[in-house]
Design a protein around this ligand. Structure first.
Ligand code: ZN
Length: 209
């Protein structure tokens, strides 16, 4: 049986090797995916590189964070979330990152607003409450009318510590504070869940009738 090893960057002309190196720094992109992306661009012609590079290069100057929810918006423009009159401003969902926000949006289930923490409390990493944009959250709570704050930080030690901190931070300034349910992944069997996940699934249960 012959073992075909993956090509090394050294066998590529330096400019291509440099592209591969940069692509491989992206999450979820290994050597094979980097090669696929590079050859797809090469096959589409020189303008494909310019279009991609141009779109990427324009991001830092053309995108900033909404001062209210800290999600990304077109720099200085209106926030596609906060300024959408079809969304319910009485419900705020607190998420760790803008990418978590996009995941929740992709479910199409949620029509309230958000607060993006842009991190989680972590004494180890030196992340303190003043790094999480809580003045912005406070200002919105003080304006009144928030019926519910949903804590959607992950079920990790840092996520739980942050949720617990936020629950007291919000206090009586919202009608209620809820935590998203965690449990058994859809399509999987109970026997494959560890006891912590099962216990979480039990405590996160809700009315079914
Ligand atoms: Zn916003």
């Amino acid at each position: 049986m012959s073992v075909v090893s993956e090509p090394k960057s050294a066998s590529f002309p330096a400019p291509l090797a440099r592209c591969l190196e940069e692509l491989e720094k992206l999450p979820g992109v290994g050597r094979k995916s980097a090669l696929r992306i590079l050859f797809s661009l090469l096959s589409r012609g020189p303008e494909a590189f310019g279009t991609l590079a141009g779109a990427l290069a324009a991001v830092p100057a053309s995108v900033d964070r909404c001062p209210d929810c800290r999600a990304f918006r077109e720099a200085g423009g209106s926030c596609p979330l906060c300024d959408d009159p079809r969304r319910d401003p009485g419900v705020l969902c607190v998420v760790e990152s803008a990418s978590d926000l996009f995941l929740l949006e992709a479910t199409g289930e949620y029509r309230g607003l958000y607060h993006v923490l842009n991190g989680l409390l972590s004494p180890m990493k030196g992340v303190r409450p003043d790094h999480l944009g809580l003045e912005a959250l406070s200002a919105r709570l003080e304006r009144g009318g928030v019926r519910e704050v949903i804590l959607a930080t992950p079920p990790t030690a840092e996520g739980e510590a942050t949720a617990s901190y936020l629950a007291s931070f919000v206090g009586a300034r919202a009608g209620k504070v809820t935590r998203i349910g965690f449990g058994i992944p859809v399509g999987s069997d109970l026997q494959y869940a560890d006891s912590q996940t099962l216990s979480r699934a039990l405590t996160g249960r809700r009315d079914y009738r």
